[in-house]
Ligand binder design. Structure first.
Ligand code: ZN
Length: 130
């Protein structure tokens, strides 16, 4: 999936939470700009394992595509670390990465992602893991 689609997916998911936050009793104290920045960054971050991706062309992590950076381990570790410094960016990052993982598992011909890395089983919505 392309970077633009991931950005749109990340903004859609984080927009839903932002709307819900404004209309509910919760009122999480998040800064909208930081939250959106975290969401966009999170929606692109997992593809740093791919040289031709937007962020991967700037900084490339030389590991197999759709393994560590497309896992729940990466999602939670990255989000928890960032949450220690900035709540808004951390929430946005969590939702951006989550939307990226969901979108990469969505296409019918998807080879899947290593959701439970270091397990090498690949998961997608329309494929039984091997
Ligand atoms: Zn990806």
């Amino acid at each position: 999936m392309k970077g633009k689609a991931h950005i749109i997916g990340g903004l859609a998911l984080s927009g839903l939470l932002l709307y819900w936050n404004k209309t509910s009793q919760w009122d999480l104290s998040i800064t909208t700009f930081d939250y959106i920045t975290g969401s966009v960054l999170g929606s692109l971050l997992p593809d740093i394992d791919h040289k031709k991706s937007f962020l991967g062309s700037i900084f490339h992590l030389p590991i197999k595509h759709r393994t560590l950076t497309h896992s729940l381990l990466f999602l939670f570790l990255t989000s928890i670390i960032v949450l220690q410094f900035n709540l808004s960016i951390g929430f946005g990052l969590f939702l951006g990465i989550s939307s990226h993982l969901l979108l990469d598992m969505l296409p019918i011909r998807s080879k899947g992602i290593c959701l439970f890395y270091p397990s090498k089983k690949r998961y997608s919505f329309f494929r039984i893991p091997k």
